[in-house]
Design a protein around this ligand. Structure first.
Ligand SMILES: Nc1ncnc2c1ncn2[C@@H]1O[C@H](COP(=O)(O)OP(=O)(O)OP(=O)(O)O)[C@@H](O)[C@H]1O
Ligand SMILES: [Mg+2]
Length: 231
């Protein structure tokens, strides 16, 4: 079980993440929601080892946490071919490299021939698929998706969300899934964790929390999505 215990991140005198304790059971997806600036990305970066923190993260080995970011245009090296970008994080031996890259491209429903392409030769949705394949190459124990569909055209957002659901079923992924969109969280996640001002306000099974939020702030978030509040 991946456990975040009493995790705090400070930037100078400002506390961006304040004493957060959260467990993510293996093979499940926890949605992390909350208004802009509530500390979601900072918590994610701390768990991934990209930001110093106080407290502890246990149940995942160092280097086995992978992140996929919002902007697939800046997260891929523009000069690196797709196959090299994916292979970089893979433990596969040199001899198995091409087969492994083809397998990973297949997992994200891209043709093996895309290994030879450069990022600029891909659409935004395809780039995000490559970013996901690259994250999967490292065989992550925890995959963190930080607003991975927000920068994409609406027409491809659904396909990327379906891909996440398929991968999760196929690979038994354990995920922290950050999103502003509660409808998306309900579609993709088992559990939900609500953050505000760096603190974890409420957590629980996604259906339960969305049906009967314990905290007034969660209700406020829900009221911003009328179709969900009455669903
Ligand atoms: N490197 C940094 N130095 C100083 N302050 C930072 C740094 N990174 C983040 N912060 C601050 O920490 C707070 C939380 O930021 P964070 O990016 O975690 O929010 P978020 O919940 O991901 O917001 P959004 O939904 O807009 O992505 C913000 O007030 C932000 O300005
Ligand atoms: Mg963020």
């Amino acid at each position: 079980m991946m456990r975040i215990s009493e995790l705090t991140v400070r930037f100078g005198s400002f506390t961006a993440v304040d004493d957060v304790t959260l467990a993510v059971p293996p093979g499940t997806v926890t949605g992390l929601v909350g208004e802009s600036g509530s500390g979601k990305s900072t918590l994610a970066r701390a768990v991934a080892g990209l930001t110093p923190y106080r407290g502890s993260v246990s149940g995942v080995a160092r280097g086995r946490v992978q992140m996929v970011f919002q902007d697939p245009y800046s997260s891929l090296n523009p000069r690196m071919r797709v196959g090299d970008a994916i292979a970089e994080g893979s433990p596969a031996s040199r001899g198995r490299r091409d087969a492994e890259v083809a397998r990973l491209l297949g997992l994200v429903s891209l043709p093996a021939s895309y290994a030879r392409r450069l990022p600029r030769e891909l659409s935004g949705g395809q780039r995000q698929r490559v970013a996901i394949a690259r994250a999967l190459a490292a065989e992550p124990e925890l995959l963190i998706a930080d607003e991975i569909t927000s920068a994409l055209d609406v027409s491809v957002q659904g396909a990327v969300l379906n891909l996440i659901r398929d991968l999760r079923a196929e690979l038994g992924l354990t995920m922290l899934f950050i999103s502003h969109n509660l409808a998306v969280v309900r579609y993709v996640c088992d559990a939900i964790a609500v953050m505000r001002h760096g603190r974890l306000l409420e957590t629980g099974p996604v259906q339960e929390v969305l049906a009967a939020p314990a905290h007034p702030y969660t209700r406020t978030l829900l009221d911003a999505v009328p179709s969900l509040a009455h669903a």
